[in-house]
Design a protein around this ligand. Structure first.
Ligand code: BGC
Length: 263
């Protein structure tokens, strides 16, 4: 990934932070976007600099058009180009369907789906302007949409989240179809249960963890680095013949493990 520039949204913690560090370790310069955790983003930038890499923290709410545009401008001011977008910023606001407020519905759709649209649109515009540079990478640009196993697994009590991730999947595939002739690759990563703040309640007690593990055939909760390695592969020329694909990084969660011994 040397001489390439990546932007990771939601890069101040969890999966995004691991992706930012892994891309930097592979040689990319990295924009680390955050919305409300400047300390987290600064720690990721410091970790990258310790590795001998370059990174910059960029504040922006991914669901706000004006903020997204200034974030991309700031990234170009600092590094001069963009090769990889990892659209990762995401939130959960869970509620039973009958109790879900319009604010909860909108907040999740705005960040998880509209935010990815706004960032991917900026990235495509920049890739088109930059054009081809085969010495740097085969594609003119690469977009990775971080989705979830819930792009296909229905999730009671999380209808806003599952709807947003199903939307991300078809936005990703439609965009991949549209821009492949221009040399842009667009793929998704659908993580399963990865141990981060967003799902703390699902792993912080032994009881919760044991019940979660019943849904994961391989028998362990995921780590952010599990997803980061997949992101580096999808961002690099090693995956140059791959576009429009959702890569499930879930150790079998989407294999309907409940059907293992009955059904
Ligand atoms: C959600 C987590 C959940 C996982 C598996 C993720 O997309 O953000 O809260 O543990 O899916 O259900």
């Amino acid at each position: 990934m040397e001489r390439q520039v990546a932007l990771v949204t939601g890069g101040s913690g969890g999966i995004g932070a691991a992706v930012a560090v892994a891309l930097a370790a592979a040689g990319a310069s990295v924009g680390v976007n955050y919305r409300s955790d400047p300390e987290g983003a600064a720690a990721v930038v410091a970790e990258i600099e310790q590795l001998g890499g370059s990174a910059v923290a960029l504040q922006a709410d991914a669901s706000r058009e004006d903020q997204v545009r200034s974030m991309f401008r700031a990234l170009l001011d600092r590094f001069g180009r963009l090769d990889v977008l990892v659209a990762n910023a995401g939130i959960q606001q869970d509620a039973a369907f009958a109790e879900m407020t319009l604010e909860q519905w909108r907040a999740v759709l705005d960040v998880n789906l509209t935010g990815q649209f706004l960032c991917a649109r900026e990235a495509v515009r920049i890739f088109d302007r930059q054009g081809r540079d085969p010495g740097r990478s085969c594609a003119i640009g690469k977009i990775i949409c971080v989705s979830s196993v819930h792009e296909v697994i229905p999730w009671a009590g999380h209808a806003n989240y599952a709807a947003s991730k199903g939307g991300v999947m078809l936005m990703m595939k439609s965009l991949a179809q549209e821009v492949a002739p221009r040399g842009i690759r667009v793929n998704g990563i659908a993580p399963g249960a990865i141990q981060t703040e967003i799902n703390r309640a699902a792993w912080e007690t032994q009881e919760a963890l044991q019940s979660l593990l019943k849904l994961i055939p391989y028998g362990r909760i995921g780590r952010p680095e599990d997803v980061a390695r997949a992101a580096v592969w999808l961002a690099s020329d090693a995956s140059d013949y791959v576009t429009g694909t959702s890569l499930f990084v879930d150790c079998g969660m989407a294999l309907y493990p409940g059907f293992r011994d009955n059904g």
